[in-house]
Design a binder for this molecule. Structure first.
Ligand SMILES: *[C@@H]1O[C@H](CO)[C@@H](O)[C@H](O)[C@H]1NC(C)=O
Ligand SMILES: *[C@@H]1O[C@H](CO)[C@@H](O)[C@H](O)[C@H]1NC(C)=O
Ligand SMILES: *[C@@H]1O[C@H](CO)[C@@H](O)[C@H](O)[C@H]1NC(C)=O
Ligand SMILES: *[C@@H]1O[C@H](CO)[C@@H](O)[C@H](O)[C@H]1NC(C)=O
Ligand SMILES: *[C@@H]1O[C@H](CO)[C@@H](O)[C@H](O)[C@H]1NC(C)=O
Length: 779
């Protein structure tokens, strides 16, 4: 007894005293208890960031400067500046990828949200913002607890999911530029600590976001064509209305403090060496303020993989002069001194880069003393990581993202009372890892689909059916036997990171190996139509399920994260009404006859590809058959939509807007947006109201997607273009209004073949499901 007393006392002290909890200090500069640092101007928070960075740089030797230009920035001990790890990841939760974050202290896990492609399917910007917020908060908690050596996160990935084979499409918000743009700004604001509404950046960043990969990067390794040396040939029109909008939004709306230039070249110039791209476009036109990092080893690639320069020194000089500030890797650290000696680079070039780098570290509050002692983020403690609120948000994202693709005869939802025995079959039914997708961290806790279903059906029998997702061999006989012996069958099939991931694109769009045989055999043998749940990021060609009456229901669950198993079970048993919508087109296998390396978005001229008319890409341009279309998604309820007048809810089919602008030649059939001017643009903004009815039988959240189309598709006009989305929660039988704000200059405009934005005079059509509103633009 006597021996144990002090131990108990010590334990309670440890729990109650913040000083003991924080006995491990995070790295920081300008320790107030160190008198030396107090004389440095760079340590004085009252001075401007510019004055502070200049002061710091003036104290550095050339070698010290060069050493700071790699992602592993060493300490500058004589000035009390600690080392810094620039590379951390937080795609869908604080990740153990990169070098900055360590889960080896008291914090062992972080909230693991669904992979981004599923979160995108919620079409809910507030949720995207809240996820960013939680990630930023958990990142701060890790920093405060001494488990981080950096707060710069190389997320979000906002490249357009251009080709269904892309191994990293799962990391993105899908194929639509508007959705991706709104995702980018929402996530960045949340992560960095900005308010949801309004554009300002906080005085101290909660964490720093980085929009990647700039630009037109969406190929890993497809039939030997690799990202390190790929030259993406991109038209001015595609660049302007497809590849660039998410980056513009990330910078202008989200105020991201980082950008990453990608491995590939665009039109023969490596992105990290493109002055037009990095300096003129990002910093000049979009007013980017922050640091630009290369993707990892992208500078080395310019010489070694692309043979673009004659020497390594040239690769270093070209990138720094183009506007890149940081090299993930050590190529700049190794060759910058030589490049300066050879006259290819000046110390002033390095100073520009350092100014951006140290500014970001100062914005993060890492030069103001110990950040875990000061507001606004010092109070974020480790108990906020994996809090119930955070975990609930991960569940909400999975619930609202999951897409119901088929539900004939209303097989779903299952009734608990009717399911006395349930077979759970498939390689993705009980595998923790596969649910997390790539760039994951250790989850707080995780529920597999099998575990989720076991809490609803007592007699649950499980069979993997294939050795793994590749499914080269399958225990079909066993599966058939099991299926015929139970009331209901749920199958968990799809892909995993062995099929689609970074550095690996797919060759096929069909399910791997013997998965299809297994599904059809099981369906044939089952007493009732089976339920198929697809776990995958990119789309798969499952056309065969549409016409098979023995496959009664299909769900797409992406890679649903830590709460995925719970979410799937809740949806299958009707505790949640699914409302997710596909953020990508699901193409048939035949699409793979078109090379992934053709960047062209628009359907091609007839001789573009031998023997086949190039069909174009994504719902905006694709002319071929789709297995499922962008925006598709069923619910347990039916909804109807009508565009109505705001004043009295009367049906509205036609309206006119006047641009009221003096500046333009009224004889033209289109007007340049720049010439219309921002005043006229602003005054032409108008509201559109969509009346939605939930015809039942269940309450649910319903997302309305508003598209716009032109009377004709000439000169590269998209078939249609998403211009807004908004959700409403409606009880069964309830009617509600969803409001959209249409800004003609933004939403009715189009990019011309030379990459200029114009608006056509005359008809445009807003489209909401079955309803259309004609808008006549006049001047
Ligand atoms: C890169 O630079 C070249 C030449 O300056 C330019 O033509 C090209 O459009 C640039 N690429 C991008 C993506 O801006
Ligand atoms: C790089 O280019 C030079 C000539 O410009 C050529 O001699 C050399 O073989 C090339 N190297 C590679 C790896 O392609
Ligand atoms: C579980 O999934 C991971 C990641 O996809 C994979 O590497 C592993 O082989 C799977 N385990 C089983 C038993 O299938
Ligand atoms: C499965 O089959 C594929 C395609 O034939 C092959 O590439 C792969 O190595 C096989 N995997 C196993 C585990 O046998
Ligand atoms: C929804 O509408 C479709 C087509 O009108 C109909 O076939 C289906 O039964 C309806 N479903 C529900 C749940 O009301």
């Amino acid at each position: 007894m006597i021996i144990h007393m002090p131990l108990i006392l010590l334990f309670s002290l440890f729990v109650q005293s913040p000083w003991l909890v924080f006995s491990v200090n995070p790295p920081f500069a300008c320790d107030p208890s160190d008198p030396a640092t107090q004389q440095y101007a760079f340590c004085k928070p009252t001075l401007s960031i510019k004055q502070r960075t200049h002061d710091l740089m003036s104290r550095l030797t050339l070698d010290e400067k060069i050493a700071q230009l790699g992602d592993i920035a060493p300490p500058i001990t004589r000035l009390g500046v600690p080392g810094y790890q620039w590379w951390s990841e937080s795609l869908h939760g604080v990740s153990s990828g990169g070098r900055g974050i360590h889960f080896d202290g008291p914090i062992k896990a972080a909230t693991s949200f669904p992979q981004v492609i599923l979160t995108a399917a919620t079409f809910n910007p507030l949720l995207w913002y809240q996820i960013g917020q939680v990630i930023g908060k958990e990142a701060r908690a890790l920093y405060n607890a001494g488990q981080a050596e950096g707060l710069t996160f190389w997320s979000p990935n906002i490249n357009i999911f251009r080709d269904p084979r892309w191994g990293r499409g799962q990391e993105t918000p899908g194929e639509d530029p508007l959705t991706t743009s709104i995702y980018a700004a929402s996530y960045v604001k949340g992560l960095q600590g900005s308010p949801y509404q309004g554009g300002y950046t906080p005085q101290v960043l909660q964490a720093s976001a980085c929009c990647k990969h700039f630009t037109a990067y969406d190929l890993e390794n497809w039939e030997g064509i690799v990202r390190d040396s790929f030259n993406a040939e991109v038209s001015a029109q595609d660049l302007e209305d497809t590849f660039q909008p998410p980056f513009k939004s990330c910078i202008e709306e989200g105020h991201a403090s980082g950008i990453m230039c990608s491995y590939n070249q665009v039109n023969g110039v490596p992105n990290c060496a493109n002055y037009t791209l990095l300096t003129q476009t990002a910093r000049g036109r979009w007013k980017f303020n922050g640091y630009i990092t290369s993707d990892c080893d992208a500078v080395a690639d310019i010489y070694e993989a692309q043979n673009y320069t004659k020497t390594p020194e040239d690769a270093v000089a070209y990138t720094i002069k183009a506007g890149m500030d940081l090299n993930c890797g050590n190529y700049v650290q190794n060759y910058a001194r030589n490049a300066i000696q050879q006259g290819k680079l000046t110390e002033a070039d390095l100073d520009r880069a350092l100014q951006n780098l140290f500014s970001v570290r100062m914005w993060l509050g890492l030069f103001d003393g110990n950040p875990n002692r000061y507001p606004p983020y010092g109070s974020i403690r480790s108990d906020q990581v994996c809090s119930q609120d955070h975990q609930n948000l991960a569940l909400q994202a999975a619930l609202d993202g999951i897409v119901l693709l088929k539900n004939t005869e209303s097989v779903l939802p299952l009734l608990k009372s009717q399911v006395s025995s349930l077979a759970v079959i498939g390689p993705n039914a009980n595998n923790f890892t596969v649910l997390l997708g790539n760039y994951a961290g250790p989850p707080c806790k995780i529920t597999t689909p099998l575990m989720g279903l076991q809490s609803y059906a007592k007699d649950t029998r499980y069979l993997a059916g294939c050795q793994d997702v590749a499914c080269n061999s399958s225990s079909i006989d066993q599966a058939v036997q099991l299926a015929s012996s139970v009331d209901y069958v749920v199958m968990f099939m799809g892909l995993d990171q062995s099929q689609e991931t970074e550095a690996l694109d797919r060759i096929d769009l069909v399910l791997p190996g013997m998965q299809r045989d297994l599904i059809t055999s099981v369906a044939k043998a089952a007493k009732k139509p089976v339920i198929l749940v697809l776990i995958c990021g990119g789309p798969v060609d499952i056309d065969f399920v549409k016409s098979n009456p023995k496959i009664g229901a299909v769900l797409w669950a992406g890679y649903p994260g830590q709460a995925g198993g719970t979410a799937i079970a809740q949806i299958l048993f009707g505790e949640h009404n699914p409302g997710g919508k596909l953020p990508t087109t699901w193409y048939p296998q035949e699409f793979t006859r078109f090379p992934m390396s053709i960047m062209r978005m628009r359907a091609g001229p007839s001789n573009f590809i031998k023997d086949h008319r190039y069909p174009g890409r994504t719902y905006r341009f694709y002319k071929g058959y789709s297995v499922f279309q962008f925006g598709y998604g069923l619910s347990y309820s039916n909804y109807s939509h009508e565009i109505v007048t705001q004043s009295d809810n009367q049906l509205l089919t036609k309206t006119t807007i006047n641009l009221h602008t003096m500046n333009i030649d009224k004889n033209l059939d289109h007007y340049h947006i720049e010439e219309i001017g921002s005043e006229a643009c602003k005054s032409s903004i108008f509201p559109v109201v969509v009346r939605v009815k939930n015809h039942g039988p269940m309450d649910g959240r319903h997302t309305v997607l508003m598209f716009m189309r032109w009377p004709k598709e000439l000169n590269g006009r998209p078939t249609k273009q998403l211009i807004g989305f908004n959700s409403v929660y409606l009880k069964a039988g309830e009617v509600g209004n969803v409001k959209f704000i249409v800004s003609p200059c933004k939403h009715l405009s189009r990019a011309t073949e030379d990459g200029k934005w114009v608006i056509d005079k005359g008809s445009h059509f807003l489209m909401v499901e079955e309803d259309e509103l004609e808008i006549n633009v006049s001047s």
